[in-house]
Write a protein that binds this ligand. Sequence first.
Ligand code: IP8
Length: 248
Amino acid sequence: MSLVVLKLGGSVVTDKDEPETVDEAGLAAAADAVASLAETGQVVVVHGGGSFGHHHAAEHGVSSESGTDDARGIRAIHDAMKDLNDAVLDALADRDVAALPVHPLSAGARETDGSLSLSLSATDAMLDEGFVPVLHGDVIAHAEKGATIVSGDDLVVSLASGLDADRVGLCSTVPGVLDTDGDVIPEITAFEDAADALGGSDSTDVTGGMAAKVQKLLALGAPAHIFGPDGLSSFVAGESPGTVVRGE
Ligand code: IP8
């Protein structure tokens, strides 16, 4: 049976301008897409933080680089993410999707160098039993830093490689990887295909976001599609909306 890992960006399922507010229409469309995927194969869902995780993280000075050892702060970030996770699970349950939570705080950790080790045993067993595991960006123990933020994108890479996914989807508010004219690049098979638009491999760290994302996705064994909310139904139909990143 084919396995799809689908990331729902925080900007797709929440209203980024209003603290801790779900974007009901965005979540409904995303949940419809997951329900369709679950009818024909296995799905793992990952969602981002949007207006739930990010302001708590900022308030406590926590990022993927800067950690905290303040357990109350860690819980505040995690609890906000659990609230959003509940909203996603509820939307899926309303569509009769057997969705269950997997909270990264309790399933993984980061090494000193920032590399993520995520236990996949719960996720794997849930899939075998016909459930749809739903993970989320979270705060996570980090060697020598207390706890730092793990983004949904990092989780997607661990899940897709560890579970040998057949397809990966990353739905955010951008329609794909854009070239220097602002047009969507349909396919990236090597970093050079998009280096101009992404600012070159040297500036991966400073440009953050898309360049780092493309590099991680190129290392996967599965095609990864980057698309906006308008591409959801096309992705579900097995088509190739936005940009497909195909390494190897
Ligand atoms: O929105 C971040 O996940 P992302 C999650 O996928 C938190 O980067 C807790 C801010």
